[in-house]
Design a protein around this ligand. Sequence first.
Ligand SMILES: Nc1ncnc2c1ncn2[C@@H]1O[C@H](COP(=O)(O)OP(=O)(O)OP(=O)(O)O)[C@@H](O)[C@H]1O
Length: 234
Amino acid sequence: MIAVRDLRYQYGAVTVLDGVTLSIPDGQYCLLVGPNGCGKTTLVRHLNALLTPDAGTVTVDGTDVTDDPVVARTQIGMVFQHPRDQFVAATVGADVAFGPENLGLDRDEIDRRVTAALDAVDLDGARERRIDALSGGEQARVAIAGALAMEPDYLVLDEPLVGLDWPARESVLDHLDALAADGTGIIVVTHDLRDLHERADRLVALHEGQVALDVPPAEALDSLPDLGIRDPRC
Ligand SMILES: Nc1ncnc2c1ncn2[C@@H]1O[C@H](COP(=O)(O)OP(=O)(O)OP(=O)(O)O)[C@@H](O)[C@H]1O
């Protein structure tokens, strides 16, 4: 379980997170929503210790991520807002292998993980393809595969659908559904709930640095406009 307790963070004099508390059990599919600049990325960067809290704690299965960032980073896979910035190799297979290689795994295990991760996003035939020659949707799936190759308990995706056309968007979402069905916890950061609200178990909305809503998505819809988020039914 990921547990965030009274998390506070400011950039200079600007307070962004002002006492965020939430727990995300294993296997949950959670949406983290809020308008631009409300602190969603700042919050998820704390989950695997890319940022250190000014106050409060983030624990994963009881381990404080600040004390043990490596544990957090192996249990929580992150897919960043612009996947293109995340790639470290020219080809799909080399990029997906990068994380397991850094874990010091043997070649057979690396190969097994790369195969499984690419299979999970339907890119099993794409190992030798150059990433810069892939479509935006394919690149998004490579980024997800890169995180999956670490065999994380949770996958955190920061605005994974930006710039994708409808088929690519559906494809990425269907793959997330399949991962969730297999027990991977999914946390999707977004300000656009179209196609998402019916898939997730839970919706957490940030407002003025705090958790303003934490309910099943269907219960949140009427309150969203007051929090600066478009009602996806409209
Ligand atoms: N490195 C930084 N230095 C100073 N201010 C920052 C930095 N990163 C973010 N901020 C500010 O912190 C606030 C929260 O930013 P954050 O990126 O967490 O919001 P967000 O909800 O993810 O926004 P978006 O939906 O636009 O991605 C914003 O006002 C942003 O300008």
